[in-house]
Design a protein around this ligand. Structure first.
Ligand code: HEM
Length: 486
């Protein structure tokens, strides 16, 4: 009967056959597709998800990363959770990091948690979506040229020398506080020509308040941490607005800084129009914030690691004393001198790996996709767990050991994400490394010191990994000066 049907209606049969074949293929494809599961993990309680557990980790001496660490131990390299009403996936591994950070197929954009996004501003480079980001980054990029880095190195060295000149033997120093003051001064001077006085103190205090509010619940109630952060943001924006107004009206004296360069920009090299006032203010604030706490925390961890590893210290000291010999008396360190610091550069890199100051890199999926065999839905937050890549024994040998000599041998692609990678990588990377080298050089070549607190607890509410103690040290003597020991 079937053969008769085929004989009488060959075209119809062919059509039906084809349809059946397509249906079978679709069924098989759907079955295969359904084997791609969503990532394991708990979405916690209705509405709140796991937000309370997240806040508990932020408020503990182990720090916010403990939330991620315990879940990746339980669920593996990719897990999902629900925070502040949104689904978050945390993912580790060099392959997914490569795909996501390079934004392969245009499937990802940057996205921070609501509190962070509101505090840095919607026009901040950190938050801007793809096209908008391209415009702002293209405008800011020339500010970070080698020429400007070169002047910045001398400026920063002068600031370090000015600060260290006030340090006396026998005194107690909190490395975190000293490096925060230095970083704030350097950023404010470079960006808006503020280097002293009440404006500088206000800037440092307000940026600290802003930082402390980054991980808070976004509640606009006067007693909340988030509200205080928003108030701090407003005060910084007011200072910037006044400054921009005075420069435009000619009241302010002529200044050579990043803000002036942005204001003078009519169109940039790629022909992008100049930034709006809102974009300028959001991004000056972003750069002050991005270049202050990160640096201070990284420097503090670096000094702690160096102290704890006498062999590293001795090799470092030997190199730095040699460099010191080549620096003309009373002159500042130069970019060329920093380029000679090959061992110190490894120390900086290793400290950044170990400390992982920025612990994960946040993105959002713009469409449904499959990553590492898991289904990721459009709109989900996807966080690349940089810290776990830095501490993965299959990526770095003995990852808990502070070993600067592991570089460059262990420089596999996407194994070092302290500054991110791809189109959203840190704009201040070279500047940050230079600041760490200058600080390290001046400290080790000028002083002998003793650490007085080995506590490794993490500061509560810190958005970047921060040592609670701030790493206090006692200055023992000036290096090279005899009979000065206290
Ligand atoms: C040790 C110090 C620093 C560390 C560890 C650090 C790390 C990072 C990381 C991880 C990102 C995000 C990458 C991503 O999400 O893919 C970033 C972005 C950024 N950083 Fe840094 N940073 C440091 C210092 C600085 C400094 C000194 C500045 C200078 C002003 C700066 C300016 C920026 C800016 C503007 C962005 C946004 C880039 C963009 O989205 O296009 N950072 N940084």
């Amino acid at each position: 009967m079937v053969s008769q049907l085929v004989k009488e209606h060959p075209y119809i049969c062919c059509h039906v056959g084809l349809m059946l074949l397509l249906l079978a293929c679709r069924k098989a494809w759907c079955k295969a597709k359904s084997t791609v599961g969503i990532p394991p993990g708990s979405i916690g309680l209705p509405f709140v998800g796991e937000t309370l557990e997240f806040i508990a980790a932020i408020n503990s001496s182990k720090g916010v990363y403990e939330f991620v660490r315990t879940r990746s131990l339980r669920y593996g390299k990719c897990f999902k959770t629900k925070l502040f009403g949104e689904t978050h996936v945390f993912i580790s591994g060099r392959e997914p990091a490569k795909a996501i950070l390079n934004n392969e197929g245009g499937r990802f954009s940057k996205k921070y948690m609501k509190s962070i996004a509101e505090l840095v501003g919607r026009d901040s480079l950190l938050c801007a979506a793809t096209q908008h980001h391209k415009l702002i980054r293209a405008t800011l990029l020339p500010l970070f040229s080698t020429h400007s880095l070169s002047s910045f190195v001398q400026l920063f060295d002068a600031l370090v020398l000015e600060a260290t000149a006030t340090w006396t033997c026998g005194s107690l120093l909190i490395i975190q506080d000293e490096s925060l003051k230095l970083a704030c001064k350097a950023m404010c001077k470079m960006l808006i020509s503020v280097e002293s006085g009440s404006e500088l103190v206000t800037m440092q205090n307000e940026v600290t308040r802003l930082s402390e509010a980054m991980l808070a619940l976004p509640l606009r109630l006067p007693w909340t941490r988030f509200y205080k952060g928003l108030q701090a943001r407003k005060r910084i924006m007011d200072i910037l607005e006044k400054d921009i107004g005075e420069r435009r009206s000619g009241i302010a004296s002529q200044r050579v800084d990043f803000l002036q360069q942005i204001l003078d920009n009519k169109v940039n090299e790629d022909g992008f129009p100049r930034l709006t006032d809102r974009e300028i203010k959001d991004n000056i604030l972003t750069m002050i914030f991005a270049g202050q706490d990160t640096i201070a925390n990284a420097m503090t961890w670096m000094i702690k690691y160096v102290d704890e590893n006498p062999q590293v210290f001795n090799t470092l000291l030997k190199e730095q004393l040699q460099i010191e010999k080549n620096v003309t008396r009373n002159s500042n360190l130069t970019l060329e001198a920093l380029n000679e610091m090959s061992y110190a550069s490894k120390v900086v890199k290793e400290a950044l790996r170990m400390a992982s100051v920025v612990q994960w890199l946040p993105r959002v999926a713009l469409e449904d996709c499959v990553i590492e065999g898991f289904k990721i839905k459009k709109g989900w937050n996807v966080n690349i767990d940089a810290r776990s890549i830095h501490h993965d024994p299959t990526v770095h040998n003995d990852p808990t050991v502070f070993n600067p000599s592991r570089f460059p041998a262990e420089s596999k692609a996407y194994s070092f994400l302290a500054f991110g990678m791809g189109g959203r990588a840190c704009l201040g990377k070279n500047m940050a490394e230079a600041m760490m080298l200058v600080f390290l050089h001046r400290l080790v070549t000028n002083y002998k010191w003793k650490s007085i607190d080995s506590d490794s607890s993490i500061q509560k509410w810190a958005v970047f990994t921060k040592l609670k103690s701030g790493y206090p040290i006692r200055l023992i003597s000036k290096r090279g000066v005899k009979n000065k020991t206290v």
